[in-house]
Write a protein that binds this ligand. Structure first.
Ligand code: SF4
Length: 380
């Protein structure tokens, strides 16, 4: 088996599986919970964080959810303090926390700053009241603007804004308005995601029951193209299918996933990827808490990737990046050239003008970008 030297973890992910309310489209691992459970969870989480203390040198730390900002100020301080006790967070290159505009307070913003967080990902999703309502978000458009301003006042110089497009009844004009508003706020990073109807969510039930109607594909594609045009013409570099950044502000943490490199995840349902072995923690919050307290193995899933599957995943993930995947990097990791495993697929996709491939890199063409999912299935 090839030595996979660059799967060492550079990144730490910490999962906070709580939200103030479940959004209508959400199937992430999060629950609405009362204070007592969150306190118990934070206690267990610290116990798990302690088990990795001193083992790795992380370049990035990302606290996501759920909604980390749903924690009370006391709970947030406890979490940030635990992190700083066991992980050298002040030395990492990028320390991100996800924030919901509806749960940010002045004190929480100050705590995040005090404990070394240097990047905030703000879940805005839309600046339109009716869209926010349909998505079941707890915040208003004004909350989003105010949260952004507060973060700037507190000194955050690296802020991401998440936006969703392709919502029922959303028009191209309101989407343009959302993009314009985001650009006016002038964040360092903007992520634009197409709405997906996940099985079992209230939104997908409404779709099934014809209470709402899906936007047609051509409008959705038009919205994506509009985002690319609007953001790139306003100084944002389109560096990943859904992500745009000002120069030097690409998300380092997500690059670890896109490059299929190693990471450690702690918390309920969190995945880790170490030396080509992927594992995940127990997803259920209560089982996770009990497992940790009883010193049980809290891993609920594990798989060791064979070389060909590892290579295939690496190509698929890296193709999300506009710069694609470097042949030299691939060779260093797997000991052979990309075309040795994927020659036929590359030839076929090149004939359709969907990828470009030379001695340097394999990447999506602009045409390929708009059918990226289909292109990627070729490498499975
Ligand atoms: S805030 Fe995020 S994690 Fe929580 S329910 Fe909404 S989409 Fe899901």
């Amino acid at each position: 088996m090839t030595e996979k030297k660059d799967t060492l973890p550079n990144a730490l992910y910490v999962h906070i599986p709580f939200c103030a309310r479940k959004c209508s489209y959400c199937d992430f691992n999060s629950i609405v919970s009362e204070k007592g459970i969150i306190d118990r969870y934070l206690h267990s989480l610290e116990k798990e964080i302690r088990t990795i203390e001193g083992q790795y040198v992380f370049k990035t730390v990302y606290i996501g959810g759920g909604t980390p900002s749903v924690l009370t100020e006391t709970q947030l301080e406890k979490l940030l303090f635990s992190m700083s006790r066991h992980i050298p967070v002040f030395e990492v290159q990028e320390y991100t926390v996800e924030v919901n505009p509806g749960t940010l307070t002045e004190n929480k913003a100050a705590l995040l700053k005090e404990y070394g967080v240097n990047r905030i990902s703000l879940g805005v999703q839309s600046f339109q009241g009716d869209q926010l309502k349909l998505l079941g978000r707890i915040h208003s458009s004004d909350d989003a603007r105010n949260a952004f301003t507060l973060l700037r006042i507190k000194g955050f110089k690296n802020i991401n804004i998440d936006l969703i497009f392709g919502c029922p009844e959303q028009s191209l004009d309101t989407w343009k308005e959302d993009l314009r508003t985001a650009v006016e706020l002038n964040p360092e990073h903007i992520s634009t995601y197409a709405l997906t109807y996940e099985e079992g969510t209230p939104l997908s039930m409404d779709l099934k029951n014809k209470v709402i109607h899906r936007l047609n594909e051509s409008t959705e594609l038009e919205m994506y193209k509009t985002a690319i045009d609007c953001l790139t013409s306003n100084g944002y570099y389109h560096y990943e299918i859904s992500n745009f950044a000002k120069s030097g502000c690409e998300c380092c943490h997500n690059h670890v996933y896109w490059n299929n490199k190693g990471y450690v995840g702690v918390g309920a349902g969190a995945y880790s990827f170490l030396h080509a072995v992927r594992t995940s923690n127990e997803k259920n919050v209560f089982t996770y808490i009990n497992g940790i307290n009883e010193n049980k193995d809290i891993k609920s899933f594990g798989e060791c990737l064979p070389d060909d599957k590892f290579a295939s995943e690496t190509v698929i993930m890296s193709l999300r990046l506009r710069k694609g995947i470097s042949n030299a990097d691939f060779y260093e990791r797997f000991g052979y050239k990309i075309e040795e495993q994927f020659g036929e697929q590359i030839k076929r996709l090149m004939n359709y003008g969907l990828v470009s491939y030379d001695d340097e890199r394999l990447k999506l063409t602009k045409k390929g970008l708009f059918v990226a999912d289909t292109v990627m299935t070729e490498f499975l």
